[in-house]
Design a protein around this ligand. Structure first.
Ligand code: BGC
Length: 372
């Protein structure tokens, strides 16, 4: 089929679907989905619980994109109640309880500790409040899950590092693995994805899990690894995210390493993109925050408004948590971010303007990679 014919077929299919959805009444926001509870209109309250502030994504991207989308979907009538746990699981449990007490209509939850928050999720469910897990898969009876393909994130990181090291003979390169928080199920998936690409190609000389994903803990662990392995013997560092990559690079520089080994990351934090421009950091993983946050807002609003068919269309994948199987989910794809594709990723998506990245300090490097 020619691409034009395919486009026509798709647009016809879409209008047929619109007609039949209208006939069933599913496009009518006031129609109740399952009849269990009356569906709401636009005057709704959406609770958003995010885990921490040390990594910049939550306050800079997740919260603002989510809030704007809820406003857009509810003609500015919906309210977002936002709380950030600042890496404390007990604090997040309190914030969740507060939202239950405040009778919000739906909760979107990015867990500090996916297991510990399971009881709170059950309490919300008992109070008739649906919970959608955001980015990290919380335990307990959640209604849906929106995240990135987290195993793929790890694969992309591992593959990039293996490529950067080149094939010097099986296992001859020593690397350090700086993994994320053990209470975050994503960290386990990043690690598994990365190991699937690295095992057999390199020697993992030291591997750490990093409490609360804290950059300063990664920095201290890296200093310990340098001490043990020797600064000249570290061929590369797998860092699960950009915040920790910053800590790793600080430790390497403090030890007097001038020719930095390749260091991976994730999140496309501004400081990391700038380090990629200068070559201090090898790569990051760009995850489209607008896509994740806006999909989460759509899922939450569709759930509250009883638009079940739309909810199902937004969550066609299925995932299992340690407590629940077959959770409706959407997993958004990711891309490697290197010196070569800054314009096509974070700049094209409006995350940063070239001017944010290429300040005076970075002008020469930016010109070299034609980022201007
Ligand atoms: C997120 C990463 C983030 C990390 C630390 C993970 O669950 O997927 O994007 O860097 O937590 O907050």
């Amino acid at each position: 089929m020619s691409s034009r014919a395919r486009r026509i077929a798709i647009s016809m299919a879409a209008s047929v679907m619109t007609l039949s959805l209208a006939a069933c009444g599913v496009l009518n926001a006031s129609e109740s989905g399952d009849g269990a509870s009356p569906a709401k209109g636009n005057d709704i309250t959406v609770g958003l619980l995010l885990p921490e502030k040390e990594n910049t994504r939550y306050e800079l991207f997740d919260y603002p994109f989510f809030k704007a989308k809820v406003a857009d979907l509810t003609r500015d009538q919906g309210e977002v109640k936002y709380a950030n746990a600042e890496s404390s699981a007990p604090r997040q449990a309190e914030q969740l309880q507060q939202m239950i007490d405040d009778k919000v209509d739906v909760i979107v939850l990015d867990a500090v500790d996916a297991k510990a928050i399971g009881d709170g999720v059950q309490k919300a469910k008992d109070a008739g409040i649906p919970v959608i897990a955001y980015d990290r898969l919380a335990e307990g009876p959640i209604d849906g899950y929106i995240s990135f393909d987290n195993e793929l994130v790890g694969e992309v990181q591992g593959r990039s590092l293996a490529e950067a090291l080149g094939d010097k003979g099986e296992g001859s390169d020593k690397i350090v693995m700086m993994n994320g928080s053990p209470t975050d199920p994503n960290a386990k998936q990043f690690k598994a994805g990365a190991l699937s690409e690295l095992q057999g190609k390199v020697t993992i000389a030291q591997s750490f899990d990093t409490k609360d994903w804290k950059p300063e803990i990664a920095e201290a662990n890296m200093a310990e690894a340098i001490e043990k392995i020797g600064k000249k013997n570290i061929a590369g560092v797998y860092s699960a995210n950009d915040g920790m990559a910053g800590g790793v690079i600080k430790a390497l520089e403090a030890a007097g390493v001038t020719d930095l080994p390749p260091v991976t990351g994730q999140d496309a934090e501004l400081a990391a993109v700038q380090r990629i421009v200068t070559g201090e950091q090898y790569m990051s993983v760009y995850k489209s925050y607008p896509q994740e946050a806006e999909m989460a807002a759509e899922m939450a609003v569709a759930r509250v408004q009883g638009r079940d068919i739309q909810f199902e269309a937004l969550a066609r994948d299925k995932v299992d948590s340690p407590t629940h199987k077959g959770i409706p989910a959407q997993l958004v794809p990711v891309v490697a971010l290197t010196r070569d594709n800054i314009k096509e990723t974070v700049v094209a998506d409006g995350i940063y303007e070239v001017g944010d990245i290429c300040t005076a300090k970075y002008a020469a490097d930016c010109a070299q990679i034609k980022l201007d």
